[in-house]
Design a protein around this ligand. Structure first.
Ligand code: NAP
Ligand code: MG
Length: 404
């Protein structure tokens, strides 16, 4: 069989620890035998980030912007322990944060649903994708402890020196205040990324805030979404047969629990933080969550939602056999290859991505899986396998699919 040819390079961002090991296994077993893989490689492993003083992360994000599609391995976000472990020159920022800042994107997280790993919520049949606005609100707030009686105000001073004031509260004793902000430009980018991703994945888009209580702050989010939808997306959504649906956040939560799934749920920053963990846990496993960063200009970066699985890596270094789940990382590659195929009109590449995903899902549904899934599977006969053997099992299925 001839290998599938690529025209435009895929931006490949390598990473750390156990996921770096898995990354190579996936390439060797599932990609290189079938594709003339054309990537522009960036090593975001912590050692090389340190060597380049994190320039490699910035370069990789700029390359993603240039070529439009990237695939990323999980990476270490340095903390005090990592400074010591890797003898780092600086405590670098999270690569995901750096890349997101350059691409100005929104992160969409979607669970991979397989038979035998049943969601806690019985009505859920299809995945629910959470889109989290990743700027501002309580994450960039200023806070103050109020020592005793007095008046707290919000003051805005324009460039011309004009002041606008609003009383927060007349305190008669100690208390607390918080001032948070967001920017119209950031909310607009968020809205466009969500509308574009809904069109791309042909799913309804839900958005919710608390605009009845927050009549200026949350209401601005609601208005910006609605204005952009009316001006730019009404016809496109109609043609795609999908809907944009706005409701209050508490109503949204109730509807989500009663729903079948199969839509994108756009959340403000804090709601997204909380709801993505709830949705991931209720669908079964963090190791089965994919994550896609989509910028308003359409640049797309695919990755797994989990981290570098450090505990397994140290077992691996000790020569022990690991059973680490590679599914979300496989889907990062299939997502990126499908997107590259779509943009470059290489249908073989899209077809390959479909078959790779089918082979992965069927392997699990036929009872072969890693330990994390075996522990929660409802299947009767489960064959718990190692990291390597799972990937080999997927390869066997993939080969027979491609031979057809
Ligand atoms: P983690 O790597 O997601 O792993 C936490 C635990 O979850 C693991 O110890 C394991 O549980 C389980 N787990 C996660 N993924 C799994 C998989 N694919 N297969 C099987 N089990 C899996 O989170 P962490 O240990 O908090 O973070 C480790 C490093 O990852 C940190 O340096 C952090 O900065 C980084 N991180 C990176 C990203 C990213 O690049 N997007 C995201 C999050 C964290 P058991 O040990 O019980 O088996
Ligand atoms: Mg969180």
């Amino acid at each position: 069989m001839d290998k599938i040819k690529m025209t435009t390079p895929l931006v490949e961002m390598d990473g750390d620890e156990m996921t770096r090991i898995i990354w190579k296994m996936i390439k060797d077993e599932l990609l290189l035998p079938f594709i003339d893989l054309h990537t522009e490689y960036y090593d975001l492993g912590l050692e090389y980030r340190d060597k380049t003083r994190d320039q490699v992360t910035i370069d990789s994000a700029l390359a993603a912007k240039k070529y439009g599609v990237a695939v990323k391995c999980a990476t270490i976000t340095p903390n005090a322990a990592r400074m010591e472990e890797y003898q780092l020159k600086e405590m670098y920022k999270s690569p995901n944060g750096t890349i997101r800042a350059i691409l100005d994107g929104t992160v969409f997280r979607t669970p991979i649903v397989v038979r035998g790993i049943e969601p806690t919520v019985k009505t859920w049949k299809k995945p629910i994708t959470i889109a989290r606005h990743a700027y501002g609100d309580v994450y960039k707030a200023s806070e103050m402890k109020i020592p005793g009686a007095g008046k707290a105000e919000i003051v805005f001073t324009g460039e011309d020196g004009q002041e606008v004031r609003e009383v927060i509260h007349e305190f008669d004793g100690p208390g607390i205040v918080q001032g948070m902000h967001n920017m119209e430009g950031s909310i607009e980018s968020f809205a466009r990324s969500c509308f574009n991703y809904a069109l791309e994945t042909k799913q309804d888009l839900w958005f919710a805030t608390k605009d009845t209580i927050s009549k200026k702050y949350d209401h601005t989010f609601k208005d910006i979404f609605q204005d952009i939808f009316d001006a730019e997306y009404t016809i496109k959504f109609h043609e795609a047969g999908i809907e944009y649906f706005y409701t209050l956040i508490d109503d949204a939560v109730a509807r989500v629990i009663r729903s079948e799934g199969g839509y994108i749920w756009a959340c403000k920053n804090y709601d997204g933080d909380v709801m993505s963990d709830m949705v991931a846990t209720a669908f079964g496993s963090l190791a089965m969550m994919t994550s896609v960063l989509v910028s308003p200009d359409g640049t797309t970066e695919y990755e797994a939602a989990h981290g570098t699985v450090q505990r397994h890596y140290y077992k691996h270094l000790n020569g022990e056999i690991t059973s680490t789940n590679s599914v979300a990382t496989i889907f990062a590659w299939s997502g990126a290859l499908r997107k590259r195929g779509k943009l470059d009109e290489i249908s073989e590449l899209e077809d390959f991505a479909d078959k790779l995903e089918e082979a992965t899902i069927e392997t699990i549904e036929n009872g072969t899986m890693t330990r994390d899934l075996a522990l929660i599977s409802t299947l009767k006969d489960v064959n718990t396998v190692s990291t390597q053997d799972f990937i080999k099992a997927v390869r066997n299925r993939l080969e027979s699919k491609l031979a057809k």
